[in-house]
Design a protein. Structure first.
Length: 118
């Protein structure tokens, strides 16, 4: 009877620390948001693009561009490389720079700014 009580106490503490504490679990996921003003050529138009990068324990786990999740992405240091609808996109998160190429038909470059949320 004594070991059963100790075992239930240990299991109760372990369960409550994992399930009952959503703040501790959610605090490991962070999102960095950028707004990039991409200047497209030859159209000579500026598109404001929104980029969200989600990190779990400082490892990127997802990338969203204009609120759409990208299928695949890779990181080379601070540079995110991905593609959406045949547009190959690179976002330099430290230099705050967007570059893209639409299969040689159009290209874009632009400055990004990080959105600070409180």
């Amino acid at each position: 009877m004594r070991w059963t009580g100790l075992l239930s106490l240990v299991l109760g503490i372990a369960t409550s620390s994992l399930v009952g504490n959503p703040v501790a679990i959610a605090s490991t996921v962070k999102t960095t948001q950028f707004t990039c003003a991409a200047f497209y050529l030859p159209a000579r138009s500026i598109w404001n693009r929104q980029v969200d990068i989600r990190y779990r324990n400082s490892q990127p786990v997802s990338v969203h561009i204009d609120r759409l999740p990208v299928y695949a992405f890779s990181m080379a240091g601070p540079v995110v490389m991905t593609a959406i609808d045949n547009e190959r996109i690179q976002i330099h998160t430290q230099a705050l720079l967007w570059t893209s190429d639409f299969r040689g038909m159009a290209s874009s470059q632009g400055a990004c700014s990080e959105i600070v949320t409180k």
